[in-house]
Design a binder for this molecule. Structure first.
Ligand SMILES: C[S@@+](CC[C@H](N)C(=O)[O-])C[C@H]1O[C@@H](n2cnc3c(N)ncnc32)[C@H](O)[C@@H]1O
Length: 239
């Protein structure tokens, strides 16, 4: 796979198996394969492109979306606040488009992420995204997580589904003491219900608002992505 960036910053994630047709002309597959990553490359009209090796963030940006996917800022907060690292054992539910699972798998590698999903159509979208990103350490489980968690001694369970309180008892059995159960909910009513169900956990709920700045005029952009969701971090302190 290759990442091409044109003069306007538009990005093209391409396999390198056929010619690439862009707003700035065609880049032939022969040219793409011949040029080294890190160099610039020219289209048939003489426009310049930067040629990069795509990283996980590029695959996430270009991933196919089915149900509402979690944002990068919320993924980052989950990993940071739960202290996840290479080797951490993680279960995620529901898979949806697999965005959070991809973000987590890239970090816990060589350990794998097990992600639960009840809908085969969404699992199909996620599977496609994992394949494109060449992530081999994610296992999709076709199972309702409200019925239980098979894995044990986990460092982290992430929930992005409508009734997270239904998972608390299962999480108590599946997590190791000191592990985190993290729930992402768009509504504070869901977060409160989840909070009320926590037993044996110490928790905090946060919301992350991210504001980008236009450094040309040195002020924040007038538009921003407002509310995405509330994150509750529940740490298991006793079984
Ligand atoms: C909002 S999406 C998750 C998006 C995902 N976090 C991402 O980053 O792409 C919610 C998903 O949870 C699945 N789901 C809902 N209830 C579930 C359950 N009880 N067990 C497993 N999956 C469930 C839905 O089918 C849906 O795909």
């Amino acid at each position: 796979m290759y990442l091409l960036i044109d003069e306007k910053g538009r990005e093209y994630l391409v396999k390198g198996v056929s010619d690439v047709h862009t707003n700035y002309g065609v880049i032939t597959v022969e040219k793409l394969r011949k040029e080294n990553v890190g160099k610039t490359i020219e289209s048939h009209t003489g426009r310049r492109f930067f040629l990069l090796k795509p990283e996980i963030l590029d695959f996430i940006k270009k991933a196919k979306r089915g149900p509402q996917a979690i944002t990068l800022k919320d993924c980052a907060l989950i990993v940071g606040y739960a202290g996840i690292h290479s080797g951490s054992k993680v279960v995620d539910a529901g898979t949806g488009s697999g965005i959070l699972a991809m973000f987590l798998a890239n970090i816990v590698n060589p350990e794998k992420v097990v992600t639960y999903e009840i809908r085969e159509d969404f699992a199909g979208i996620a599977r496609e995204n994992f394949k494109k990103a060449n992530l081999k350490n994610i296992k999709i489980k076709s199972k309702n997580i409200y019925d239980g968690i098979d894995e044990r001694n986990l460092d982290l369970i992430t929930l992005d589904l409508p009734e997270p309180w239904m998972v608390v008892e299962h999480a108590n059995k599946a997590l190791k003491v000191g592990g985190f159960l993290v729930s992402y909910s768009p509504s504070i009513e869901q977060s409160k219900k989840f909070y009320n169900a926590l037993n044996g956990f110490r928790s905090e709920t946060v919301e992350c608002l991210l504001r980008n700045w236009d450094m040309g005029v040195v002020r924040p952009y007038s538009r921003m992505l407002g509310h995405t969701g509330f994150l509750t971090f529940a740490r298991l302190i006793e079984k």
